[in-house]
Write a protein that binds this ligand. Structure first.
Ligand code: AMP
Ligand code: MG
Length: 453
């Protein structure tokens, strides 16, 4: 262990987090990040390299938000309760005449509200009726309820069912409206969500389901996204063998390259796994140099105080600048962060849980920034602790835990574990319980913070 390197500094969790955050902000400002055009669905999880704008108003027409009758609110306000049903608009249709006073149009959710109408009365507050009128339109006799709700008949059908002898009379479709509506009720005006030409999604937004839907609605069959950052992963350790190899009695399989590759892929990077590096400086240096050809390098192992922990030394020899060489956390205290030239690297402690926790706390935001997206703040929540918990003060702990319970009563419990090497604990957990450095004991029933990966 090189003592000059060690003196760079061990930071508190918050300090270390902010240091990484600060570097992320600088990376985000980079110009000319390479981009590519991909089919919309291939854009899922990727980051927009150019804004998406509205090709027309959203919604493109005044949209009914309920099934019912499009009316003039003023008619109802002035005491009219029986309106003439002059037509029907289904979603995708239009009713092209302006609605006159005393008229209503039957309308379905999602359909265009006709001109002249300014509100929709929900079908639940209406009752369809018919009445016979003479050819001048004077009322003769009101017929009984036609059981109106959801009735698909329309004015035209009824007219065509009439016999020629009754031509001087006709049956008129009416609707009784049982409550008044405010102007604009159950209608989203054209352009209320966005107007044609307006930015729907800015550059730098990650495309998740809602953003994919918006892009689709704006007619984007393909989108311009940033190229995924290449993140090389280099596991170090003489004890390691590749997954497909048979380990000797004192060897272990290289699982960290896989947890890291999975985490990198999850947050939008392109993981590139390098061969295992031995604890020997020459070969290790060679592989680090290879790893530095990418946008970011993740190293696993070799950053503790042991005689064969050579990672920092090798990096220093390659001109690395260190931002911190440890953080007051558990697991993961020996975590290292720096840059060689413009390439950021993290030296993550090799224990399988440490590697995952330190990536979650520090590495994730860097991959996000390199993808061209503002890193998300850590997702945390409060939950009720299920059992008393004792620890030592001095370190911020992120312990594999299980969050259960309903929406209103989230409960959390630390997963029993054999320490930072216990991958099974990590696999059983669905969050990390955060224990602040000034707490020795957390009591059952206390509201505690959890971080969700
Ligand atoms: P180190 O940080 O190099 O001292 O590694 C600590 C411990 O983590 C080692 O003794 C291994 O048991 C374990 N370990 C290190 N690297 C890996 C790896 N790539 N995959 C799985 N376990 C590892
Ligand atoms: Mg090692």
């Amino acid at each position: 262990m090189n003592t000059a390197v060690q003196s760079v500094g061990v930071l508190s969790f918050e300090e270390a987090y902010e240091v990484v955050r600060h570097r992320c902000d600088r990376i985000l400002k980079a110009e000319n990040r390479p981009s590519e055009e991909v089919l919309l669905m291939q854009g899922l999880g990727r980051v927009l390299a150019e804004p998406i704008t509205a090709d027309r108003d959203f919604p493109p027409f005044p949209r009914a938000t309920r099934d019912g009758f499009a009316v003039r609110a003023d008619d109802l306000a002035s005491g009219l309760t029986l309106l003439r049903v002059v037509g029907q608009v289904r979603a995708g249709d239009s009713y092209d005449l302006p609605l006159a006073s005393g008229e209503a149009v039957e309308i379905m959710t999602g359909a265009a509200v006709p001109a002249g109408a300014d509100a929709v009365v929900m079908v639940e507050y209406t009752q369809r009726k018919t009445q016979e009128v003479d050819h001048e339109g004077t009322q003769r006799k009101e017929a009984g309820d036609r059981g109106g709700i959801g009735d698909d008949d329309n004015v035209l059908d009824i007219a065509s069912n009439e016999s020629p002898k009754q031509q001087e009379k006709r049956t008129e479709e009416l609707v009784e409206i049982q409550r008044t509506v405010a102007s604009g009720e159950n209608v989203v005006p054209a352009g209320a969500e966005a107007q044609a030409g307006q930015e729907l999604l800015p550059r730098g937004v990650r495309l998740r389901s809602a953003q994919i839907a918006l892009a689709a609605a704006a007619g984007k069959a393909s989108v311009k996204v940033y190229r995924k950052p290449k993140v090389t992963i280099l596991s170090t350790g003489d004890e390691l063998v590749e997954v497909a190899e048979k380990p000797g009695p004192s060897q272990i399989r290289n699982s960290n390259s896989y947890s890291l590759a999975a985490l990198v892929a999850e947050c939008g990077g392109e993981p590139v796994q390098l061969p295992i590096a031995p604890d020997e400086e020459g070969k290790l240096t060679e592989l680090i140099q290879e790893g530095l050809k990418a946008d970011m390098l993740l190293l696993s192992g070799g950053v503790s105080m042991g005689k064969f922990d050579l990672v920092e030394q090798a990096l220093k020899a390659l001109g690395a600048k260190f931002f911190f060489t440890g953080a007051l956390i558990q697991p993961g205290k020996p975590v290292v962060f720096g840059e060689v030239g413009a390439v950021p690297f993290f030296g993550l402690p090799g224990n399988p849980v440490s590697v995952m926790v330190t990536f979650e706390l520090f590495g994730r935001q860097m991959v996000e920034a390199l993808s061209g997206a503002e890193p998300e703040r850590m997702k945390s929540a409060k939950a009720k602790l299920k059992k008393d918990f004792k620890t030592k003060m001095g370190l911020t702990r992120f312990l594999p835990a299980r969050l259960d319970g309903g929406l209103d009563d989230p409960e959390v419990e630390v997963v029993p574990w054999q320490g930072s090497g216990d991958m099974l604990a990590a696999a059983r957990a669905n969050c990390y319980l955060v224990v602040p450095p000034d707490r020795e004991k957390l009591a059952k029933g206390e509201m505690v913070t959890v971080v969700i990966g």
